[in-house]
Design a protein around this ligand. Structure first.
Ligand code: GLY
Ligand code: MN
Length: 356
């Protein structure tokens, strides 16, 4: 953790500041070890403070690592306390995360703090892009719990069961296997509902002949997982099989192209071209994938706009889909980590078409 404080301080020249106020709870967690989402982290050249209120003081004192002092802000409020600490450390320019601070908070800090407030982009989040071996263990376990939930849900996929019940069972299964929560509300979409990439589970009952798309994941020790499988209830029609096989091929080829040094948009194009050439141009309307970590959606991405280059140690989802209005849709998603010469797939669930 103290290494992380150093890495943040090493960015002060880039930030053009002599201190930074970190308010993104995931960044606070990453740098300090504090796992609650109430608090801010002030890092100066010679000191670091985690400010939180009375309710979380004991937790914070137990969790913070390295030379970070926990300070109770209950009496003064955050802006006045930050102002006082900035005065103590003679801070002239205080960086803040511009994607995190609300306009109202900005006004309150501006009124209280004498230092100049300097907006910074996602410099701290970028520290999280390349995962450590310890983080990878948690991500592996999170995805493994998803695999178990998928195997446990298959026997329940029968005509008459509602999408809501399937979502609830996925959640139950993941928590029974050690997850603390869903990493996002499960998507369960059957029949023509599966033509909506992010359909909300409904009271619709599964029917014979339905595609059933299940996109779900969990949080394990703070780290998220994400996976999608689409199955068919009964025997797939020729059209369903063709759509499924196209998505499967797009995913297989995109995975084969995945390696450090490639741009996110190059990997996206591999899947997108296969889907377009198969006659489904316009039916894959979202990006191919995103990174995952403490948050379910992290940068960088694999989409048509992503110029950033992938590096070993990054997590990426690979989730092509085809969605056809009035017919249904298919998505297949794995979560992988980039290795020196390719990738390691963290998902093991079957990807050949399952007919139940
Ligand atoms: N699996 C949900 C998403 O990536 O948006
Ligand atoms: Mn995803």
């Amino acid at each position: 953790m103290s290494d992380l404080l150093k890495r943040v301080r090493d960015m002060f020249p880039v930030m053009k500041a002599d201190a930074v106020l970190v308010s993104d709870p995931y960044n606070i967690r990453y740098v300090s070890g504090y796992t609650n989402d109430t608090g801010v982290l002030l890092i100066t050249k010679e000191a670091a403070y985690l400010l939180t209120d009375f309710r979380f003081l004991f937790q914070a004192k137990k969790e913070v690592k390295g030379l970070i002092q926990v300070v109770d802000m209950t009496a003064s409020g955050y802006p006045l306390l930050v102002a006082e600490l900035c005065k103590t450390h003679q801070i002239g320019r205080l960086a803040f995360e511009k994607e995190q601070m609300t306009y109202r908070e900005f006004e309150e800090y501006s009124n209280a703090v004498k230092a100049e407030l300097v907006p910074i982009p996602n410099y701290i989040s970028e520290l999280r892009w390349i995962k450590t071996p310890e983080e990878l263990e948690k991500l592996r376990m999170a995805e493994h719990i998803g695999d178990i939930a998928f195997s446990e849900i298959l026997p329940f996929l029968k005509p008459g069961v509602t999408e809501l019940e399937i979502a609830a069972r996925l959640t139950y299964s993941m928590q029974c296997h050690g997850a603390s929560a869903n990493s996002f509300p499960p998507i369960v979409a059957s029949g023509i509902n599966s033509s909506m990439p992010h359909a909300m589970p409904s009271e619709k009952k599964l029917e014979n002949g339905d595609f059933v798309t299940m996109d779900f994941g969990c949080i394990y020790q703070g780290y998220c997982s994400d996976m999608t499988r689409t199955v068919v209830l009964g025997t797939a029609s020729p059209k369903q099989r063709e759509v499924y096989e196209t998505v499967y091929r797009a995913q297989t080829e995109a995975l084969a192209a995945l390696r450090p040094g490639k741009k996110g948009k190059e990997i996206d194009a591999v899947a997108r071209n296969i889907i377009a050439e198969a006659g489904y141009d316009g039916c894959f309307g979202h990006g191919l994938g995103h990174s995952v970590g403490l948050e379910i959606h992290e940068d960088p991405n694999c989409n048509a706009r992503e110029e950033r280059v992938l590096q070993a140690g990054m997590i990426m989802t690979v989730e092509p889909g085809i969605y056809i209005d009035g017919f249904g849709g298919v998505r297949i998603e794995d979560m992988v980590v980039l290795t020196a010469d390719g990738y390691e797939n963290l998902a093991f669930s079957e990807k050949k078409l399952i007919e139940l």
